[in-house]
Ligand binder design. Structure first.
Ligand code: UP5
Ligand code: MG
Length: 190
């Protein structure tokens, strides 16, 4: 992986802030490969892996899966892809995730997109998503919000102190949010 030296952008924000939606737009316009840590974990459950039950239990409780599991899935996805630029969506979710990813992969993000949105709006979105996610029920949604505030915001603070956070008002309609996202990526084009 160190030979590959991929460019990575972390895409962070609360549950339902629009990370997946905006990543799809970024892929189309800027040629990144989208790696959603949550999607990789859900695929791991489906594949019937030995960690499947543990992952399923963590997701149902809104808890953060051990770093080594998530990092292995991310590394594999990066190595197996030809592309050299990646959006990592929904990871790192706590300080330990962040430090472990950096030390295992040697990768530091180019910058961090942070989708800022009120819990009220995120809750509305998650409750109307209707895609059968086991964690889209009001009990688990509240747990996910709590974990985000207690564990994930510190990661954003960390990168903010390094001048790497690009904060986006994510409460606006999808198209308006993407206009703000484009303004972040366009100057970063090389
Ligand atoms: N929508 C999107 N944008 C909108 C807008 N601007 N206006 C109105 N509606 C908008 O969007 C959510 C819904 O809102 C959709 O219906 C969309 O159409 C609409 P989406 O783009 O899916 O938001 P996203 O931020 O991706 O929400 P998601 O639910 O995926 O965020 P989470 O961070 O909660 O979920 P994730 O899949 O990343 O993680 C799930 C669980 O996996 C975690 O809780 C955790 O248990 C586990 N996990 C780990 O343990 N480790 C990891 O590293 C990653 C995940
Ligand atoms: Mg998502």
């Amino acid at each position: 992986l160190s030979e590959k030296k991929p460019k990575v952008v972390f895409v962070l924000g609360g549950p339902g802030s629009g990370k997946g939606t905006q990543c799809a737009n970024i892929v189309e316009h800027f040629g990144y490969t989208h790696l959603s840590a949550g999607d990789l974990l859900r695929a791991e459950i489906k594949s019937g892996s030995e960690n499947g039950t543990m992952i399923q239990n963590m997701i149902s409780e809104g808890k953060i899966v051990p770093s080594e599991v998530t990092i292995k899935l991310l590394e594999k996805a990066i190595v197996e892809n030809e592309n050299d630029k990646f959006l990592i969506d929904g990871f790192p979710r706590n300080e330990e995730n962040r430090a472990a990813f950096e030390s295992v992969t040697g990768i530091e993000p180019e910058f961090v997109l942070f989708f800022d949105c009120s819990e009220e709006e995120m809750e509305r979105r998650l409750l109307s998503r209707n895609q059968g996610r086991v964690d889209d029920n009001i009990d688990t949604i509240r747990k996910r919000f709590k974990v985000f505030v207690e564990s994930s915001l510190s990661v954003i603070d960390y990168y903010n102190s390094k001048g790497k956070v690009r904060k986006i008002d994510a409460a606006k309609p999808v198209g308006e949010v993407f206009e703000a996202v484009k303004a972040v990526f366009a100057p970063a084009l090389d």
